[in-house]
Design a protein around this ligand. Structure first.
Ligand SMILES: C[S@@+](CC[C@H](N)C(=O)[O-])C[C@H]1O[C@@H](n2cnc3c(N)ncnc32)[C@H](O)[C@@H]1O
Length: 234
């Protein structure tokens, strides 16, 4: 679970780049596909950036996230948008949606395959007929151990980020916050890397149609060649 401390640092240390670039590409994609989207739900919405950018284009948005800290930041940043705390495995909104998104590996944070199946069934239950579930994910073999990356300094604090890849199917993301030389906070997040074929099968078994996996949605603009997307239609 992302802590309150990390949630406050998330945008300030640069993780805003992903939802910002994704929002632009999503809007272009919706346009290219000729889709009429009235409302959108973002699962694992983080600080709420994607919801806000899509709402600015006339689509009603709502966000949900497991982390109380992330939801607090989202509500503070965008008080006009509804954000709710919950677990996407069993959380249910009171309304149905034309589009459900989940970005920046939020699905990989679900560690048990059985729970990913529950998420997919759950989303199916509150999508409108013809509605779309669009999410990104990390697949095995695309994340390697990396050297610590310096994420910069803010108010005298420095953040260092590192990815560990202890097993084929799992990665651990670690963020260390320093004040001077003193380590004042460590955030460790584990992610499960899923095979696209497995996810596609679960979607089909659940009843989704036109299920496909692509790495093209974010190609060139943001340089996220390792980001894969799944698009599934109810
Ligand atoms: C890497 S962050 C991405 C945040 C945001 N989507 C973005 O693009 O910046 C992953 C988010 O997924 C959320 N998350 C993880 N497990 C979740 C769950 N079971 N239900 C809802 N949200 C979850 C985390 O709290 C975190 O905010």
């Amino acid at each position: 679970m992302y802590s309150d401390i990390f949630s406050k640092l998330y945008d300030a240390f640069g993780w805003n780049y992903y939802p910002e670039s994704f929002a632009q590409l999503l809007l272009r994609w919706i346009d290219e596909q000729g889709l009429h989207i009235n409302n959108m739900l973002d699962l694992g919405c983080g600080t709420g950036i994607l919801c806000n950018m899509i709402a600015e284009h006339g689509i009603e948005t709502m966000g949900m996230d497991l982390s109380h800290g992330m939801i607090a930041m989202a509500k503070q940043n965008y008080p006009h948008i509804v954000f709710q705390q919950g677990n996407m495995i069993d959380w249910k909104p009171k309304m149905n949606f034309d589009l459900v998104t989940s970005t920046c590996d939020a699905i990989n944070h679900i560690l048990e395959p059985e729970d990913v199946k529950k998420v997919i069934k759950n989303v199916y239950s509150y999508l409108n007929p013809g509605g779309i579930f669009l999410f990104d994910f990390l697949r095995p073999g695309e994340e390697a151990d990396c050297e610590p990356v310096d994420m910069g300094e803010l108010d005298g604090k420095r953040l260092q980020f590192q990815i560990y890849h202890p097993k084929d199917q799992f990665v651990t993301l670690q963020a260390d916050l320093f004040e001077g030389d003193k380590l004042i906070h460590t955030e460790k997040i584990q992610e499960h890397l899923y095979e696209p074929e497995w996810i596609l099968n679960v979607l089909k078994e659940t009843g989704f149609q036109d299920v496909r996996c692509t790495d093209q949605l974010l190609e060139s603009e943001s340089g996220h060649a390792a980001t894969w997307f799944i698009i599934a239609k109810k």
